[in-house]
Design a protein around this ligand. Structure first.
Ligand code: PLP
Length: 378
């Protein structure tokens, strides 16, 4: 498949950074040893995993022993929920989450419900924000074992007030987890300052390799092991480490942290440019999400349009975007996020998501806007 000329789907995945690739290279070839072995030959891979753990911990304000490597964000989310539920099942069985979580959380909740947990889904407002007051009311009725609310939404980019939500959870004796897969590497994240108990992240969302992520678990929190086997990850997640992936993830995250502020300004400039071109065209659309959002994230709902049709038409023009709905043979199925924020029916089916990255430029965003205007004017 030909590479799209313009890639505007960075929330889906990102290209591996050259710096990360360079850091990974030795561990794919010469330093291929298993870090758990004791001979000198494995010193390099053992040291590399330890130093990656330190670098990642440093980037999120954690201690190295609180960072546990996983195979992806989905795994980290599954582990956070199931690991806490299975560990503390006998005391409390209630988990509170939001209506707009990623399926890694929602499907884990479905599973936990089947094995006896009670799940409560908090609604969101039209910007996609979970209200700390709504959490407080739910907690007053019956406290929970765990509250899990994402740091930033993958479809509309809205940043959630996780610090305030965690405060409420803690006041009622619950733990707080956040799915920060869209946030880490894109906005400042400090687990101590935010009061997080657990946090999930994934390398391929910040120009790291695919197939690696991590779960931060605050020291002192008891969590059931995810994979049983060897003693890796202090016995909590067995399996020989993905050394190259872990090294690449640390390199990519450190690189993002160095340029966080500059990147935010650039991405917001590109987003504003795209939006102003569309505004000038007179086409009718709504902008979804909150002012507090992931830089460069733009979810739009076009009046009387079909998101999937827009996606395919832009695809033919060499532009890769995402949609907030999917057509099956009979009807358009809206994403749970677009439903939850209550986009009016005449706009909802015409929802698309564009997530810009540092490899986009002014000409590209103008081209995206022109392509949309052309298709929508037909
Ligand atoms: N959580 C959120 C908010 C996401 O956006 C994604 C991926 O899109 C995931 C979890 C899953 O991450 P991964 O692809 O690493 O499994």
């Amino acid at each position: 498949m030909k590479k799209p000329v313009i890639y505007a789907d960075h929330a889906s995945t990102t290209a591996l950074s050259p710096r990360a690739l360079e850091a990974m290279q030795p561990f794919l070839t010469d330093d291929y040893t298993n870090p758990s072995t004791l001979y000198q030959f494995s010193r390099a891979s053992r040291k590399a995993v330890a130093s990656a753990r330190e670098r990642i911990a440093d980037c999120i304000g954690a201690s190295p022993e609180e960072v546990h490597f996983t195979s992806c964000g989905t795994e980290a989310d599954n582990w956070a929920l199931k690991g806490i539920a299975f560990q503390h099942f006998s005391q409390r069985k209630r988990i509170i989450t939001s209506a707009i979580e990623h399926h890694a959380i929602l499907r884990s909740c479905d599973f936990l419900r089947r094995v006896g947990c009670e799940i409560l889904y908090l609604p969101v407002d039209s910007r996609g924000i979970v209200s700390p007051d709504a959490l407080e009311s739910a907690m007053k009725k019956e406290s929970a074992l765990l509250v899990s609310v994402m740091m930033a939404n993958n479809e509309i980019g809205t940043i959630e007030p996780v610090s305030q939500l965690a405060d409420v959870a803690h006041r009622y004796g619950a733990l707080f987890h956040t799915d920060a897969v869209q946030a880490v590497g894109h906005i400042p994240v400090n687990v101590r300052e935010l009061g997080m108990d657990m946090l999930s992240a994934s390398a391929h969302k910040f120009n790291g390799p695919k197939g690696v992520g991590f779960l931060y678990v605050r020291k002192g929190i008891a969590i059931e092991p995810l994979l049983h086997g060897g003693g890796q990850e202090t016995g909590l997640r067995a399996g020989t480490e993905n050394v190259a992936g872990i090294v690449g993830m640390a390199a990519a995250l450190s690189e993002h942290m160095e340029t966080l502020d500059r990147d935010r300004q650039r991405l917001e400039f590109l987003r504003a440019l795209l939006l102003s071109r569309l505004n000038d065209s007179g086409i009718r659309f709504l902008v979804n999400g909150s002012e507090e959002r992931i830089p460069g994230s733009l979810s739009l709902s076009f009046y009387q349009a079909e998101g999937e049709m827009l996606l395919h038409r832009l695809d033919l023009m060499g532009i890769a975007i995402a949609t907030g709905s999917a057509c099956n043979s009979k009807e358009t199925v809206l994403s749970h996020v677009i439903q939850a924020i209550g986009v009016p029916e005449s706009y909802a089916r015409g929802t698309i998501r564009m997530t810009l990255g540092m490899d986009n430029n002014e000409e590209q965003v103008t081209e995206i806007a022109n392509a949309l205007i052309q298709v929508l004017s037909e």
